[in-house]
Design a protein around this ligand. Sequence first.
Ligand SMILES: [Ca+2]
Length: 341
Amino acid sequence: MYKISIYLSLFLVVGLCAVNSSDVQAKDPVKIIYDTDMGNDIDDVFALTMLNNLHKRGELDFLAITITKDNKYAAPYCQMIDTFYQNPNVPIGIVKESGVTTDDGKYLRQSLEAKDENGAPMFPFFDLANDKTKYYEATELLRKTLAEQEDNSVVIAQVGFSTNLARLLDSPADKYSPLTGRELAAKKVKYLVAMAGNFVERHKEYNIVNDVPAAQKVFSEWPTPIYASGFEVGREIHMTGATMKNDYNYVKHHPVKEAFKYYRGTLDSEQCTWDLTTVLFAARQDRGYFDLTEPGEITVDQEGYTTFEAKPDGKAKYFKVNREQIVRIQEAFEWLCSEKL
Ligand SMILES: [Ca+2]
């Protein structure tokens, strides 16, 4: 009798497990374009890392990268990171002569030219001098990518300036599509999720203030829903020094860890997670990591201050997080960024 009850219990456990696993339906991956000012702060690197790992997991379909930092090392740097993550064919588009943040920053060129202890290239899988990658102009790549996708299927995560998306809105028909950029965005984009603004304090947020006219255009004219992750959200969610010291040691020189050292000068530093919030939201919108406000309108004034006004027919909402969500999100970020290849 005792044995029979054990068998019965085992049968029940196995049966329940089988029921649970068969209930899990594979969802279609979320199609995403990553529009970044790679090379300014370091959270763009972590967001790109998480994009690659979520792509590998099948949660995201990583369509393209477009860059709003006007510096020649930004695109090869993104290509180097994608190559490290064995995902080297994501097309990359470069902003054309915007003049916005042209400096090298602290980790782009430094990482691409880094040498190891023996004077050999630290990241030999990417050779800047012999890089044959085709880099597009960003507006062209946005138009090409959107034209190739199904209607209402693409998420754009904008984690830098609004330069590229403003130019997309103004773009005319071309060889990729007979639609204007505004029509193309309306037809193909499901929503825009943007790290931008500050909705709880009077603050000229970095991504807004570096290209105010572009931000004004995008937040007033963008034709799809907009979800904004304000400065106040990512500021409260930190990657820890412990994850930097312990979780990237599966290779001798990890490009994310090395970039962090270039940027911060130490691994013993916490890092705010502004840009990462947009990627986690896009991949797992239904998982309750973030709350959203009621609908409304986001306005950007001449100086770069952002305001939100609730309106029932507004197309914008912004993120809110409570203490419990902050803990969950931080843990998800640390795992999803440092996941071994
Ligand atoms: Ca950024």
